[in-house]
Design a binder for this molecule. Structure first.
Ligand SMILES: Cc1cc2nc3c(=O)[nH]c(=O)nc-3n(C[C@H](O)[C@H](O)[C@H](O)COP(=O)(O)O)c2cc1C
Length: 183
């Protein structure tokens, strides 16, 4: 049974979701799972007019927060940065009395066009995905949230044809059910 202690908020950011091969089907799977609130940020805020009160209320109502996105220039698509800048206010998420997120869990769900072996010191992307995601890891720490290991798919552009997508979607469903179940 789902309790308020393991409600999952999935904030998905894909500026061209209608052309997505990976994130769109992942989002559709999440939408069907009880206990997950699946939010399409670009759909809700096409002009980046993020409703801060609404987003903060959503955070308060959930135990686990996930950012889902395609890796864009070794970072998130722009709306997730805007969301952080506006929603994670002083006095709410950090600073004096800013304890609203303490004890929650925060995770990254990302897809990358580059293959896994490119994300190494010797690979052409030079850095690991953990290293590249450090600002988000530190955001979680700063706001008192536990940072979960990233759930990542590499080689995203070829995954549909090489069979990787099918397995990834199975793994994704299992992962979400475990999160909702409190694992
Ligand atoms: C503007 C832009 C920037 C991108 N930057 C990166 C990148 O830094 N690293 C990478 O591995 N892939 C990069 N990609 C590839 C996307 O991550 C990839 O196409 C996406 O994860 C596929 O997921 P989708 O089918 O849901 O769109 C970029 C793609 C675009 C359009």
């Amino acid at each position: 049974m789902t309790t308020s202690a393991n409600k999952v908020l999935l904030l998905m950011a894909h500026p061209t979701n209608h052309r997505s091969e990976i994130n769109a089907p992942m989002f559709q799977i999440a939408q069907k799972i009880t206990g997950i609130t699946a939010v399409d940020l670009y759909h809700e805020y096409p002009r980046f007019n993020i409703d801060i009160d609404r987003e903060q209320q959503r955070l308060l109502e959930h135990d686990t927060i996930l950012f889902q996105f395609p890796l864009y220039w070794y970072s998130t698509p722009a709306i997730l940065k805007e969301w952080q800048d506006l929603v994670l206010e002083y006095g709410f998420a950090y600073g004096r009395d800013g304890t609203a997120l303490h004890g929650k869990r925060f995770g990254l769900v990302l897809t990358a066009g580059g293959k896994a072996d490119a994300y190494h010191a010797e690979g052409y992307n030079h850095f690991t995905i953990d290293e590249l995601m450090r600002p988000l890891e530190q955001m979680a720490r700063m706001t008192g949230m536990e940072f979960l290991p990233p759930f990542a798919l590499f080689g995203a552009r070829t995954a549909r044809d090489d069979g990787g997508l099918t397995q990834h979607l199975v793994d994704w469903q299992v992962h979400l059910n475990q999160l909702v179940g409190g694992a």
